[in-house]
Design a protein around this ligand. Structure first.
Ligand SMILES: [Ca+2]
Length: 373
């Protein structure tokens, strides 16, 4: 699409016929010639309003993205979500763009591409959200669902965000993609870069202007992706939430996970065969005891006693304050439990005492149902 490239050169905010025809956009009046030229050869249609479904169908031809295949499908407003945990929810009218950047055959003979899914709502709120992946990636996350930043609220798409996700350059959640050097690069950072750029370009094509604000949100592997964006592509997003970022997975985060398990396993009660019952290293009551003590010590340090410890640096909690003076009781922890908590929250260390990974901030969330797992 050479013309699309030329159009971008002319305009700081990419516009095409699909966006220009929308009456809500002032730019529609400014570019009648280009509008006709980008109109897919049907100049007579230029004066007619384009339905969202038609704009969706036209998007691949107008996108002008290099080395990228695109398909689109339109979801009408109030379509009921099929199946799944969120079944029954009504979806807003939106265009689902499925893309594959740089499709290729890897050194292992397998097919690779940077896959992405972009949902473009009819009633766009001017904002763009990139939702992160997790684990080894390899799947396209449903961009119509709630994300980690919107639990309990309407999905970002439902709020009017344009939302994108990527499979990070390979299909399948195993680590076998590691055999291919380019797939490793794609997983590390390149797929996120390319997906963000493609998504913003498609947003420009669809709506006739770039996003007012752009955000990234991810957890675990997605948290690491957020940190990566902040370092390599710091101007891509106005804000990033990097939840529980799993950094240096092979030498850091995984070592920390093993360290934690070892600490808790060592103090867990044993079953009849002598096997440790890891889940019983702490009872729920024990964890509530710790959570309440953390709150009492640290909650208000952020200025608001609301159950959340947001000034983690100011929190100097020491679980020793909970240690039983005598036998373990309901209102105190054993010395072994106190020791295990200290070891876990200060992070893994080698035999010379050198820290191998970050510790954890004291947080009353440790009494929440998911913490133990
Ligand atoms: Ca607080």
């Amino acid at each position: 699409m050479p013309f699309a490239h030329a159009l971008r050169a002319l305009q700081p905010h990419p516009s095409t016929a699909a966006g220009l025809r929308r009456k809500v956009l002032p730019a529609a009046l400014a570019m009648p010639v280009l509008m006709a030229a980008c109109g897919g050869g049907n100049g007579d249609a230029a004066a007619q309003p384009v339905t969202p479904a038609a704009a969706c169908a036209d998007l691949p031809a107008k996108a002008g993205l290099a080395a990228t295949t695109l398909t689109t499908s339109y979801v009408a407003a109030d379509t009921k979500r099929p199946g799944g945990a969120a079944s029954g929810a009504f979806l807003p009218g939106h265009c689902v763009v499925t893309g594959a950047i740089n499709p290729r055959v890897g050194v292992d003979g397998k097919n690779y591409a940077i896959g992405f899914q972009l949902s473009l709502p009819d009633n766009w709120n001017g904002r763009f959200l990139f939702i992160g992946g997790g684990g080894n990636d390899g799947i396209l996350r449903d961009t119509s669902l709630s994300s980690s930043i919107s639990v309990g609220t309407p999905s970002p798409l439902g709020q009017g965000f344009a939302v994108v996700s990527t499979d990070a350059g390979h299909s399948g959640t195993s680590a076998s993609f590691g055999a291919d050097p380019q797939a490793r690069i794609d997983h590390a950072y390149n797929s996120y870069d390319k997906t963000a750029v493609a998504a913003k370009s498609l947003i420009g094509t669809r709506y006739g202007r770039k996003p007012d604000h752009s955000y990234f949100s991810g957890c675990s592997g997605g948290g690491r992706q957020g940190m990566m964006f902040s370092q390599r592509f710091p101007d891509y997003f106005d804000a990033i939430t990097a939840g529980a970022p799993a950094m240096r997975v092979s030498s850091g985060a995984t070592v920390a996970a093993m360290w934690n398990t070892i600490q808790f396993d060592a103090i867990a009660p044993q079953d009849a065969s002598g096997k440790r019952i890891l889940s019983q290293a702490f009872s729920n009551a024990d964890l509530n005891l710790v959570a309440n003590a953390v709150k009492a010590s640290c909650d208000a340090a952020d200025g608001v006693a609301d159950g959340l410890v947001n000034n983690v640096k100011a929190c100097q909690f020491d679980p020793a304050v909970l240690q039983c003076s005598g036998a373990k009781g309901a209102d105190c922890l054993s010395g072994a439990q106190v020791g295990a908590l200290k070891s876990v929250f200060s992070g893994p260390r080698n035999s010379a005492g050198k820290a191998l990974y970050a510790g954890q901030p004291w947080d009353p969330g440790l009494a929440a149902p998911g913490w133990r797992s």
